[in-house]
Structures are given as C-alpha cells and as structure tokens.
Write a protein that binds this ligand. Structure first.
Ligand SMILES: *[C@@H]1O[C@H](CO)[C@@H](O)[C@H](O)[C@H]1NC(C)=O
Ligand SMILES: *[C@@H]1O[C@H](CO)[C@@H](O)[C@H](O)[C@H]1NC(C)=O
Ligand SMILES: *[C@@H]1O[C@H](CO)[C@@H](O)[C@H](O)[C@H]1NC(C)=O
Ligand SMILES: *[C@@H]1O[C@H](CO)[C@@H](O)[C@H](O)[C@H]1NC(C)=O
Length: 364
C-alpha cells in the first residue's frame, strides 16, 4: 500500500486555521492587486485633485483664497451640510478689494498683548546659540522694536510699491534669502534678519559650488543683506557656513536651541483656538516671532495662491528661481497648510494684532 504523500506547508501563525488551497491564494493575490490598484489610483488622481494639482500641460489649477471663491452670499443654514467633506468655513467678508487692507482698520495693542503672552513662552529670541561668520565681531542681540516688517516672497509684491514703507520700519525680516536688487521699489532694500527654512541652505550650498559663477544667484543675494542676522535651523549651519565662506562675507548667525516646530504649532493652535494642521512654515515662525519683540508688526508678500481677486495669475516668488532645481509651489507642497496659515494671519489682521498688507501700498 502506498503511503499517502504528506505535503507540509510552511507554518505561518497568521494563517493558522485557513487552508492554503490554490483558490484562496488566488483570491489573496487578487485582493492585493485590487488594493494596490486603488492605492495607485488615489495617489495619481485623487490626492492631487484634492490639492488642486493636475498633470499635463495645464499643471496649475487656479488656487485662490477661499473667501474670494465665495463672494458675498448669505449663509445657507442646513443645505450647506455636506456629509463627505467638511464644508469650508466662509469667512466674514474682509474688504480686501484690490487685496489691500481696508482703510478703517487699526492696531489693537491689547490683542497683540494677548498673543504675545502665548508666543513669549516659546523663547524664540532668548534661547539662542550664536555664531560669527567671517569678520563679524559685534555681539548680536535681538531687542524690542516699535515697528517691524516680515516680508514674504509672493509674486503679489510685484508692482506693489511697498518698498519705501518696508524700509521705514525699525526691523525688517526676510525669508529664505530672496533677491532684493532690482526689486527695491516693491520690497525695500533694508534687511535686519533672514530666516531660512530647512531646504533652502542645501540649495544655497549646491549653488555656491557651481563652477559657472553666473549660475550662482546667491552670492549677490547674500551680498545685499550682509551683516543681517541669519536665523538658521541648527542642521543647516554647515551649509550656510560653506556658502558664506566661499563668498568671503561676514554675518552673525543664530539658531534656536531645541525643537521649534512643535512649539510653534502648539502656540498657533492656542492663538487660533483650534488645532492647526500640517508642518508650520518658516513664514509662520517669523510671524509668531515678530509678535514677541515688535509693538506694531506688519506683513507683506504673504499670499500662497496662484490667482488674485481679479483672476490675474500671481507668481509663486517675485524673483526668478535659481539654477539648482525649480522650487515646488506651495499649492503642490501639501505638508504645509498654506491656506490655513493664510487664514490664521488674516485673523490676526482682523483682530488688529498685526497689519497684513496684500496688494499695493499707499494710494494707487
Ligand atoms: C522658555 O524658558 C523658560 C524659562 O527659562 C522655561 O521654563 C520654558 O520651558 C522655556 N520654554 C520653551 C518652549 O523652551
Ligand atoms: C576680513 O577682513 C580682511 C582684512 O580686511 C579681508 O582681507 C577679508 O577678506 C575679510 N574676510 C571676510 C570673510 O570678510
Ligand atoms: C554659464 O551660465 C550662463 C547662464 O546659464 C550661460 O549663459 C553660459 O553660457 C554659461 N557659461 C558656460 C561657460 O557654460
Ligand atoms: C474669477 O473667476 C471666478 C471662477 O472662475 C468667477 O466666478 C469670477 O467671476 C471671476 N472674477 C473676475 C473678477 O473675473
């Protein structure tokens, strides 16, 4: 009598009890395939659609502030409830008109003090480590100022004529080493501090090593802010140092000891009285920092959208890019919730904590 052949399957606790016959195996394969296909579909089509990204020729879908998409419409009570997605909060209509703040607006020192009570706890300008690059010798310390400007880099600044107003401030903060030369009329020429985001310094180092010197845009950008305080993430110190050394320039450099982003997010959530999502941008860091040492804070050039109120397209940056690689527009960088931060800043503006200038300065 032939002994029946024993087929032994590899023991796998996870599948204990299920008979690993061919059909379930095929089913498993099919399910796995279907899952992967769905995940792929979500990744390629649904996720980008959610963030207003399209592929092909017309890459940038209009990306506009929510309040511009909803022109003065009376609130509709129950009909607006949508089960699948939370309905967008329609903001009270701020008259940005040509996107310039309304004339009746004014600072409210009490509102600033309330915010400062929260942001002060972050020790943004007290727990610092300091370096001196090149021939810089003075001891840097960030004082208390009457008026300050933080200048974002949005293309909305082009033609704004805000330069003189920005230069009239006691302290001027810029972000990510923008170009200034040639844009002074719109963005001013003074700079007291430059805040770098995490990716910028790597890009700068790469650029500083180009052998074709006319392709390195950062040498002249550094030159036009020489002596300003460089505020850098501590992981980026070496990259900045390399570039500055190559250019033979002198700067004070500071880093904030300890983790920054978590504290920023917590503080912003406390101020907004709701949980802020995503990784806070360096723009948000600069705004919160400014509230700690400035009695009259102003914001310029913070506009993360691709269109203005008149449907004119707005450049991501007011200056041309570098030769390293094209930057990712905020509309494609979902890790920062720029829409949410924009609304956060507008709310600070509405409360009179700071003045957010979006659009031309003066009487144009
Ligand atoms: C800020 O400094 C105070 C006093 O030195 C300290 O108690 C507090 O933990 C610091 N806060 C942060 C967020 O580091
Ligand atoms: C420092 O000063 C010396 C003498 O003036 C000069 O030769 C050198 O280029 C300067 N270095 C930097 C980094 O500014
Ligand atoms: C250097 O870069 C510039 C700008 O891209 C380019 O016009 C020029 O031809 C380059 N020079 C050399 C020698 O490659
Ligand atoms: C801008 O475009 C939106 C949507 O396409 C449209 O509803 C609106 O009327 C346009 N506004 C102007 C000022 O053209």
């Amino acid at each position: 009598m032939a002994v029946p052949k024993v087929i032994s399957w590899p023991q796998n606790k996870n599948y204990a009890g299920s008979s690993p016959c061919g059909s379930t195996k095929r089913l498993r394969k099919f399910l796995m395939f279907a899952t992967l296909l769905t995940a792929f579909y979500m990744l390629i089509w649904q996720v980008p659609r959610y963030f207003n990204v399209t592929y092909g020729e017309n890459r940038v879908m209009p990306y506009r502030p929510a309040h511009l998409n909803q022109p003065a419409r009376p609130p509709q009570p129950s009909q607006s409830a949508q089960p699948s997605r939370p309905a967008r909060q329609s903001q009270p209509a701020l008259e940005f008109g040509n996107l310039a703040p309304e004339s009746a607006w004014q600072f409210r020192p009490k509102a600033l003090r309330d915010v400062r009570e929260i942001t002060e706890k972050l020790n943004l300008t007290t727990q610092l480590r300091k370096w001196k690059l090149g021939n810089f010798t003075e001891d840097v310390h960030i004082g208390q100022y009457n008026t300050c400007a933080v200048v974002g880099n949005s293309g909305v600044l082009l033609g704004s004529q805000c330069g003189a107003e920005i230069d009239s401030m006691d302290y001027v903060i810029r972000i990510d080493l923008p170009a200034i030369k040639g844009f002074e009329k719109d963005v001013g020429k003074r700079t007291s501090m430059v805040l770098f985001n995490f990716k910028g310094p790597r890009r700068i180092r790469q650029s500083s090593l180009f052998s074709n010197r006319s392709q390195d845009v950062y040498e002249s950008r550094f030159r036009s802010v020489e002596g300003a305080v460089l505020f850098v993430d501590k992981r980026s110190i070496e990259n900045i140092e390399t570039a500055v050394k190559a250019y033979r320039l002198s700067f004070p450099l500071i880093t904030r000891s300890g983790e920054l982003r978590t504290g920023i997010k917590r503080a912003a959530s406390e101020i907004a009285n709701k949980k802020m999502k995503g990784a806070p941008s360096i723009g948000l860091v600069s705004v919160l920092m400014m509230t700690t040492f400035c009695d009259y804070p102003y914001m310029y050039g913070f506009y993360p959208f691709t269109e203005d109120a008149n449907n004119n397209s707005v450049l991501y940056h007011y200056y041309p890019g570098d030769f390293v690689y094209p930057p990712l527009h905020h509309a494609f960088a979902p890790m920062h919730h720029m829409n949410e931060e924009y609304n956060f800043n507008r709310e600070l503006h509405r409360q009179g904590v700071l003045k957010m200038q979006v659009g031309p300065c003066g009487n144009q």
